[in-house]
Design a protein around this ligand. Structure first.
Ligand SMILES: Cc1cc2nc3c(=O)[nH]c(=O)nc-3n(C[C@H](O)[C@H](O)[C@H](O)COP(=O)(O)O)c2cc1C
Length: 359
């Protein structure tokens, strides 16, 4: 048992994470995210995290068609909150590190040092190439560029002037002030491959991942831990968990069935085509294959049931996978977040998984 960090993956994208016609209205508006951030702070969560998504998946549910920009959202949320960490996501294939260095340093003044950064090295061939960016998605290229990106951003945050002659970035007497409040912010990366995780272990503080089942969560967490140990052993592991609470396990299952009944096969198909076989279980399916008919709106990795059932299953995964942080998504970020904050997290705390924020 150990203290862990609790975070909320903000609903900056319309539809949340459920490509279905049958979900609560999540409009991806700033107003809604503001309410969620304030509620998250009230419940004592450690941080909010927003994704960097530049294109939706369409379909009748218009899944993710509306998405707020992550750093700008973070600046607003930082101003509107007092204690909670505010983490944003940046794609290293899309934004120059000198621009991001200054945006993050500015945000860290607004938040008084509560800013964190999640970087992604890219992978969605449609959303990046629509801008003529990130055409080369080969893992070694992606992470060579991400390595340079991180070296540059850290240098700009700590040095008066930076000269850098890399394969992807060239800087000449490049200056960036102000520096971030409190030094280099906490930096994590959503990497899934061994190459990506090794990059994170060498250069950053934490890895963000998800799983399609209890066993895949545990094995990914332990794989990240092993890669961390091979590279200095400083990595924190953060898992994204979709939770669907109900008063009873049967009530939660009814919710899942209802969301799945409204599954948006067009959005799920676009997701599969754009990503290839990563992240979401549906993405492994090819719409032309027989298995496609079984694609579900709700990921098979979802943790559902009564608050007690959810707490028990989370405790098992966190404990067995030696996970350092839990980042939550849910169908409704007000009602379900209230169940998480008032019932599920207190059960986990009672079980020995205290809050880092409270420690
Ligand atoms: C939990 C999680 C969150 C992610 N968030 C984003 C995101 O906000 N924006 C994005 O472009 N990619 C996101 N990705 C995808 C990653 O950029 C990356 O393509 C994926 O993890 C594949 O890892 P690899 O590069 O090691 O193969 C996310 C992935 C995971 C697992």
């Amino acid at each position: 048992m150990k203290d862990i960090e609790y975070g909320i993956f903000m609903p900056v994208g319309s539809g949340g994470w459920i490509p279905s016609a049958n979900i609560p209205e999540l409009d991806g508006s700033y107003e809604y995210n503001l309410e969620v951030a304030r509620l998250s702070e009230r419940f004592g969560f450690d941080f909010t995290l927003s994704q960097a998504v530049w294109r939706g998946y369409g379909g009748p549910s218009k899944h993710f068609d509306v998405n707020l920009e992550s750093l700008v959202t973070g600046a607003g949320l930082a101003q509107a909150t007092q204690d909670i960490g505010v983490w944003s996501t940046v794609n290293t294939a899309m934004m120059h590190p000198a621009i991001v260095a200054k945006m993050v340093a500015t945000q860290s003044q607004i938040s008084n040092g509560r800013t964190g950064l999640n970087i992604v090295a890219g992978g969605n061939r449609v959303s990046e190439t629509q801008m003529g960016l990130g055409r080369d998605l080969d893992s070694s290229v992606k992470y060579r560029r991400a390595t340079e990106w991180v070296e540059v951003v850290k240098a700009l945050w700590t040095e008066k002037t930076v000269d850098y002659d890399g394969e992807f970035f060239q800087l000449e007497d490049c200056q960036s002030d102000p520096k971030p409040v409190g030094g280099i912010p906490q930096m994590i990366c959503a990497a899934t491959s061994d190459t990506g995780m090794a990059f994170v272990a060498k250069h950053l503080d934490g890895v963000l991942f998800e799983g399609t089942s209890r066993d895949s969560v545990v094995s990914t967490a332990l794989r990240a831990r092993r890669i961390s140990q091979e590279n200095g052993d400083n990595l924190k592991t953060y898992c994204v968990f979709m939770i669907i609470p109900g008063e009873t396990d049967a009530d939660a299952q009814k919710r899942i069935d209802y969301y799945n009944e409204g599954r948006d096969l067009i959005a799920l198909g676009n997701m599969a085509r754009e990503w290839g076989a990563v992240s979401h279980d549906a993405t492994a399916l090819n719409p032309d294959n027989e298995g496609w008919a079984d694609a579900t709106a709700i990921s098979t990795g979802t943790v559902a049931g009564s608050p007690e059932t959810i707490a028990e299953q989370l405790a098992d995964m966190i404990d067995t996978g030696d996970i350092d942080g839990a980042v939550f998504i849910m169908p409704d970020f007000v009602d379900d977040l209230t169940v998480l904050g008032e019932q599920i997290v207190p059960l986990l705390v009672k079980d020995g998984f205290g809050r880092v924020a409270a420690a």
